[in-house]
Structures are given as structure tokens and as C-alpha cells.
Design a protein around this ligand. Structure first.
Ligand code: ZN
Length: 181
């Protein structure tokens, strides 16, 4: 295709699908400039969008309690008495169905590291602390973010408390931990 036709092709697909022009030019330049053999498989741009929902299953109450009541719940085995947080529907040691128990939302850091690189969800919070927190009343560790101005304040053994966000979505990020002074 001629340069002018290529530009029209790029513009058409950019407008139609919202695909960035840089992407179209990078991915389709050789095709449009005629360097690909005429019998080679022809690739065309397209866009796929999927709206869906999924279920938290037997963990659902844990997330509803976060969103509705700003409460962290653990799951207690009626046989061995161990409390899981994050919750488990069944005790993996006894295979018994667990029961919901409210936790206070305080705990202690058992392991931690400072993050300087992350996904887009947390990029504005860099640097932040990623830690394994054992909540009071729980026998297990949960991975959590610690938000603190001075990262040097955080170490193994630091006591923390859960702080709930004003806008909660029924997600594990509805709360974070901060050190208790
Ligand atoms: Zn058990």
C-alpha cells in the first residue's frame, strides 16, 4: 500500500477500535508495506472486551464483612480450634467445615519487605511495605500492605492495626495495616 493509504488504514483502525496508532504502526507496518509473502497468513487488528462477574464462593462473608461492617473475620475449625485468616471453608488438617469468628483487626508483623516496584493498582503508594501479618486470634499469616510514611518504622515484631478505607468494594484492599504507636 502507498504511504497515504497506509495512513488511512491506521487512522480507520485507530478510530474504530481505539487501538493506539503506535501499536498499529509497529505491528502492521511490514504487512502494509508489502514485505510479507502474498500467501502468508494475514493478521488483522481487532479488539475483545469482556464484562463478567465471578463468585467468592464460601469466602463471600469475609469480603461482605469488610465492605459492610469494616470487620475482619477468621474461620475457626470446630475440631482442632485453629483460626484461619485469610479464611478457609474447611480445615485442611481435620477436613471439618469452619465457623466464622470476628477478629479484632490488630496483629503483628512476622515477615516484611519494602517494595519499590509494583503493579498499577499500587503504583501511587510506592515505596510501600508488603508484610505477612498474624492477626490477633489467628494461627496463620495473611499477606498485607502496610502504609506508613517512614518505612524504617516497620520490622518483624511491629504491632499493627487494620484501617478501613472510606470507599470499600468488598476486596482485600478495603483495608491496610498501619503500625500502632
Ligand atoms: Zn482442624
Amino acid at each position: 500500500m502507498k504511504e497515504e493509504e497506509r495512513q488511512r488504514w491506521y487512522e480507520y483502525n485507530h478510530q474504530k477500535y481505539g487501538i493506539p496508532l503506535e501499536y498499529l504502526k509497529r505491528e502492521f507496518e511490514s504487512e502494509l508495506s508489502g514485505t510479507v509473502p502474498i500467501d502468508a497468513p494475514l493478521e488483522i487488528p481487532d479488539k475483545m472486551e469482556i464484562i463478567y462477574k465471578y463468585s467468592y464462593g464460601q469466602q463471600s462473608r469475609f469480603f461482605r464483612e469488610l465492605r459492610e461492617n469494616k470487620k475482619i473475620y477468621g474461620a475457626k475449625c470446630p475440631k482442632c480450634g485453629k483460626v484461619y485468616c485469610p479464611p478457609r471453608s474447611h480445615c485442611p488438617l481435620c477436613y471439618k467445615e469452619t465457623e466464622w469468628v470476628p477478629l479484632k483487626g490488630t496483629g503483628v508483623i512476622r515477615a516484611c519487605t519494602v517494595q519499590y516496584y509494583t503493579t498499577s493498582e499500587f503504583i501511587k503508594k510506592l515505596p510501600f511495605i508488603c508484610a505477612y501479618v498474624q492477626l490477633d486470634g489467628s494461627d496463620f499469616l495473611m499477606m498485607a500492605n502496610i502504609e506508613v510514611d517512614d518505612t524504617s518504622k516497620i520490622k518483624v515484631g511491629t504491632k499493627v492495626e487494620a484501617v478501613f478505607r472510606d470507599t470499600r468494594r468488598g476486596s482485600i484492599t478495603d483495608f491496610y495495616f498501619r503500625p500502632i504507636d
